[in-house]
Design a protein around this ligand. Structure first.
Ligand code: PEP
Length: 240
């Protein structure tokens, strides 16, 4: 890797098969970035040489759970990492911290790296409750792990008010929160996790965001769907 920063594209529930085939033609796989496509398309990306992640896994191992995909199954498909606790799943699919903690444990046990998403609402930010919220999420979502597991946990700071809105925190705010997250996990396990920032990153603001030294990478939603924009983001991060 030319840079040490992780770049992860979360495609969410987007793209048809035709669009996936087009996408693969337009952006070369590279060890510097990961894509997390809808799981039905994973083999297209894996077979084309991309590093891949999955957007969710079941909190259960295997068996009669219609529609679910287990961590063990994801690993058997060549998936390297999993996004857990995304605010959309917390809000729309009612995932609790307990469910998220179960998913974190199953994923680590199966050998995947975990991208744990945490973040505050606009209301929580305005009431100065950001750190309380993050502290609670980290303590509950990462409880009862082994110290060694923390090497495979990456925390993505994704303020809910910044996702898909075009609004982003200042570099100072992101840096302060990143250090806070590292400190909370260090207090729990004696190890600091990597921390990513995610929320309204695009091919223009990435240059400024890339100056934040305490950030270990970026989680990108909307902008990863456009190969030209995603490529520009990757190149900007690589250049540093
Ligand atoms: C996300 O939902 O993880 C995300 C970062 O979205 P966007 O980049 O579109 O704000």
């Amino acid at each position: 890797m030319e840079n040490n920063k992780l770049i992860i594209g979360n495609m969410k529930m987007n793209l048809t098969l035709k669009e996936v085939k087009e996408y693969i033609k337009q952006i070369e796989p590279d060890k510097n970035f990961y894509v997390c496509p809808p799981s039905i398309y994973l083999s297209y990306f894996n077979d084309s040489g991309y590093n891949t992640g999955i957007q969710n896994v079941s909190e259960f191992d295997m068996g009669a759970y219609t529609g679910e995909i287990s961590a063990i199954q994801a690993v058997s498909m060549g998936v390297d990492l999993v996004i857990i606790g995304h605010s959309e799943r917390r809000m729309y699919l009612h995932e609790t911290d307990e469910i998220i903690n179960n998913k974190v444990k199953k994923s680590l046990l199966s050998g995947m790296d975990v991208i744990l998403c945490v973040g505050e609402t606009l209301e929580e930010k305005e009431q100065n409750n950001t750190k309380d919220k993050l502290n609670k999420q980290l303590i509950e979502d990462l409880k009862n792990l082994d110290k060694e597991d923390i090497k495979y946990v990456i925390v993505a700071y994704e303020p809910i008010w910044a996702i898909g809105t075009g609004k982003i925190p200042t570099n100072e705010e992101i840096s302060d929160i990143s250090n806070f997250i590292k400190q909370v996990v260090n207090n729990m396990y004696g190890l600091e996790p990597k921390v990513l920032y995610g929320g309204s990153i695009n091919d223009t603001n990435i240059e400024e965001l890339n100056n934040i030294d305490s950030i270990d990478g970026f989680l990108i939603g909307g902008a990863c769907l456009k190969p030209d924009k995603f490529k520009k983001i990757i190149e900007t991060v690589d250049k540093k």
